[in-house]
Design a protein around this ligand. Sequence first.
Ligand SMILES: Cc1cc2nc3c(=O)[nH]c(=O)nc-3n(C[C@H](O)[C@H](O)[C@H](O)COP(=O)(O)OP(=O)(O)OC[C@H]3O[C@@H](n4cnc5c(N)ncnc54)[C@H](O)[C@@H]3O)c2cc1C
Length: 522
Amino acid sequence: MAQQFSSEDSGSRSIHAHVPFSAQPQISDIKPNYDYIILGAGSAGCIVAARLAAAFPYLSILLVEAGDSISPSNETVWNPREWALISKDRNLEWGYESTFQRNLSGRRIPMGRGKGMGGCSIHNAMVYVRGGAKGFNNWAAMGNQGWDYNSVVPYFQNVENQMYITVASSDPFIAAMTNACANLGIPYNPDYNQYVDQVCTSPFQYAISANQRRETTDSVFLAAQFPNLDIATETLIKKIVVENLTAKAVILHQADGEKEISANREIILTAGAIGSAHTLMLSGIGNQRELSQFGILPVTNLPGVGQNFQDDLYVTTLFKSKQQMPDQPYGLMGTVIFANSPTNNLGLGTDIECSLASGSMIGIGLTYPSYLIYPNIQLLRSRGTVTLSSADPTIAPIIDPNYLSAPGDMENCLQALQLARTIGANSALSAWFEEEVMPGPQWDNMLEEYIRQTAGTCYHYAGTCKMGIDDMAVVAPDLRVRGVSNLRVIDSSIIPQTVSGNTAAATMMIADKGSSLVIAGM
Ligand SMILES: Cc1cc2nc3c(=O)[nH]c(=O)nc-3n(C[C@H](O)[C@H](O)[C@H](O)COP(=O)(O)OP(=O)(O)OC[C@H]3O[C@@H](n4cnc5c(N)ncnc54)[C@H](O)[C@@H]3O)c2cc1C
């Protein structure tokens, strides 16, 4: 059944010149016209707003967000130890679910998505991984000139110059884990972001400030006051108004009414891999045959909108420990393992990224000393969809990741699971390893079934408004929507093929590079 949300769920609505918690005027206070309108204040949207506001002090900019600002006293958001609790907060979460996944024992997978100033950066595990060079070089090889690794590095650096990246410290368990990896031919690397595409174990890097607080794209990039930037929170984007194949205006909804706001220059969609595809379809941009079934007036036929949905999966291994685990100050443990499954033959970089946790961490809460190794399986070949379930923008779209549907994906998951089991029981961990609890020997002959019953999303959704030059591309390499003037998409949805790594850093790079394209008028 389709889910419904209400913009009245979490209290007040506001528009402010980025002064959090200022007076909260009505929708009538949003001006009728801006030079740029940015739709969605997530990992990408806050950066785009900050960059344009700084570059064009004489132009007016509106940033729109369905959720609210995050209270400075919300410890669950700002304290990195508590990250596993955030997705349970209905006020900070869209509450999406996948369709029944036939290759995951028919389960519906909760598809977490942050709602509020900062989007998923208020909500994610804060892990900062640029991703492998081969993956970005592949984007360029797909026809996206200017998106190869060397070309995008300066934009990663712009992000890193502003956002404090904490390199995790070690402890006796991590030291033993590093030795276990070395025993298995996985070398130590002090900085995976400088030596991409390498099999290695390395200190994890986190978007956490020097004083141990979560950094969101709102708290970092919109910390400065921009008098030319209005931010409308608690405001739902209903649709983009397109006339003569030119994006002219947006229709916004608050609890007290609706308003059409026009844009003199550009409308920039930054609503994420689910929200951007959803908004384009509601606006008549997508597969015309499908949109006509919902009575949506056609604007342009772009059959790629909502297709090419990609995600990474994770599986769980749990080990009982002989001794208490060291305290863990981050959302996950301070180390990461990058590896290759034997069937990784795409040439796009490492396809296994193991994060670790201790059983006593908040949100896990095991009563006995224990450690977990979670291999993320990346570069999976399965492709899913985001499609409309209704022309009503308050009804969630249908999200079908179609997990494990492509040949080879299950094999990669099995190999990743086996690697984690081998690492967790390695002799270098003999002071810690007592027994494997999950999957445990009872699953030895049924590991495929174990994966079907337990694998979960890594929340690395991408690709639904893919950048490219082929018929299924939604945006061109300059991030303009094909066939519609004055409209761009700048967020994780434009990723044509996921890279080896998590998606937040790549999304922030896309936001910084995308902003530079807008500023240059390209
Ligand atoms: C639980 C979780 C953990 C994760 N952990 C990590 C991690 O540790 N490291 C990592 O690299 N990646 C991680 N990710 C993934 C990463 O955070 C995302 O890929 C990235 O933040 C996506 O950025 P975005 O700007 O494309 O979308 P988002 O950040 O989702 O931003 C979209 C914004 O648009 C708003 N919006 C959408 N639709 C509308 C509408 N109709 N009206 C108004 N506003 C709208 C949303 O509320 C949101 O604020 C995680 C994600 C989740 C959910």
